[in-house]
Design a protein around this ligand. Structure first.
Ligand code: SAH
Ligand code: SF4
Ligand code: F3S
Length: 413
């Protein structure tokens, strides 16, 4: 009998990729995945702590599992990731029914943790089923920045880039299982370097792997969009024309207090250069950083007007214990709520404008169903004609409606 594992993941794509990796270690010990908690013999909770809310969600799920475990005490609970790293051994006191704890810094030791627990001994085969059209490849772990609001460096540790050879082997295996689109992952993914191999080199090498049609990456840091990168983009159509580039604030003063390492002007310069290469850009914004004045917030609003983002994820500042900003005096919740509402209202208007701006452009679309695919610039495109799933179709965008673009008809012309 196989052991069935239910996996719940919070947080960023890096965390989702880690969950897949941890599942491979479990499946090597005879476990299979289930989507039904009631059927599960084990639960893996891979957690996030970037904001208080994220950590709270993971802990409340863990709390609810107490009853699940009481129904059958041989059930296993595995708690991993960034909140597990932050809270550490304290968790075992508060939740004595936890079986295995593995913080984000120890993710590479997950396999040993399983062995040490003695709970997973069944022989199994690592069962990487078909990859699907899109697959992730982690290229670096950790972060060398010290943004004053951010807990990631403390829970993930300093940057460790995976050797280029390891990454290429990983991507080749995924491409052989059917992946056509690869997303390279890291907290400052474009800072990647392995000896002489730069991020631009890696993008080129990954896109040369047979079967790979498109390469995406997340999350890049604005300062690493170098001429070397732009040069790679100009010569390589497989590099997707979309980047999610967190700006955090439109005020140079706030950016300085956040220690982001760029000004409003430099950020705009970088995204203008990307847009000139056909990129669409999405972003993250934090409202209510402790030093943010009304004028600073106005600067964020005007940056959103100026930048032409396709979308923006907006967060209320959440103080994280141990970070420099947590020592500063908080703005009132009232101000945070008010600013978030104003910003969200503006952001709601972005999608329409950015979809309209795609009309008349020529896009390469990777078909995910016979009639629908995703453009290199990360928009859904609908076709009247049908194409094989996994093929890349070049088309002119004829119209935009809601969150969909429509391709010009080409068959029979
Ligand atoms: N490495 C990425 C961001 C990773 S964290 C980068 O530097 O661009 C994901 C997002 O969470 C950030 O972009 C930021 O907008 C948000 N975030 C991080 N810490 C936060 C905090 N303390 N309060 C609110 N939002 C935060
Ligand atoms: Fe956090 Fe800054 Fe590192 Fe991003 S670059 S993970 S925001 S410290
Ligand atoms: Fe969260 Fe950790 Fe990612 S704190 S955002 S899961 S790196």
């Amino acid at each position: 009998m196989y052991m069935k594992v239910f996996i719940e993941t919070y947080g960023c794509q890096m965390n989702f990729a880690d969950s897949d990796e941890m599942f491979l270690h479990l499946s090597a010990r005879g476990a299979v995945r289930t989507d039904t908690l009631e059927d599960a013999d084990a639960v893996l909770i891979n957690t996030c702590t970037v904001r208080d809310h994220a950590e709270h969600r993971a802990l409340s799920f863990l709390g609810r599992l107490m009853k699940w475990k009481r129904q059958n005490p041989s059930r296993i609970i595995i708690f991993t990731g960034c909140a597990a790293q932050r809270l550490g051994e304290r968790l075992k006191k508060r939740y004595p029914f936890l079986n295995i704890l593995c913080g984000a810094k120890d993710i590479e030791q997950f396999s040993q943790r399983l062995d040490q627990s003695g709970l997973f001994n069944a022989p199994g085969t690592p069962a990487p089923a078909s990859s699907g059209l899109s697959a992730y490849a982690t290229i670096m772990r950790g972060c060398d920045f010290a943004c004053t609001y951010c807990i990631v460096p403390s829970v993930r540790g300093p940057v460790k880039c995976l050797p280029a050879q390891t990454i290429l082997a990983d991507v080749s295996a995924k491409a052989a299982r059917g992946a056509k689109e690869i997303t390279l992952l890291g907290q400052t993914v474009n800072a990647y370097r392995d000896g002489n191999v730069t991020f631009a080199d890696l993008l080129n090498r990954v896109s040369d792997i047979p079967g790979v049609e498109r390469v995406r990456f997340t999350s890049p840091h604005p300062i690493y969009f170098t001429p070397d990168f732009l040069n790679a983009v100009k010569h390589n159509p497989k590099i997707a024309r979309h980047a999610h580039i967190p700006v955090q604030s439109g005020s140079s003063e706030v950016l300085k207090a956040m220690k982001r390492g760029y000004t409003r002007e430099l950020f705009l310069e970088k995204i203008d250069a990307l847009k000139a290469c056909g990129f669409s850009v999405s972003t993250d914004i934090i409202v209510g950083f402790p030093t943010e004045t009304e004028q600073d917030f106005e600067q964020t609003l005007s940056l959103v007007d100026r930048a032409g983002f396709m979308t923006a994820y907006c967060f209320k500042y959440s103080p994280r214990q141990g970070t420099p900003a947590a020592q500063m005096k908080l703005l009132s919740q009232n101000i945070l709520e008010k600013r978030l509402a104003i910003l969200l209202n503006k952001v709601r208007g972005l999608a329409d404008a950015s979809y309209q701006a795609q009309i008349g452009t020529v896009q390469e679309v990777l078909m995910e169903t016979p009639h629908k695919g995703r453009s290199s610039s990360n928009y859904w495109v609908d076709f009247k004609e049908s194409y094989p799933v996994g093929s890349v179709v070049k088309t002119t965008i004829e119209k935009a409606a809601g969150t969909l673009l429509y391709a010009r008809e080409t068959h029979g012309k």
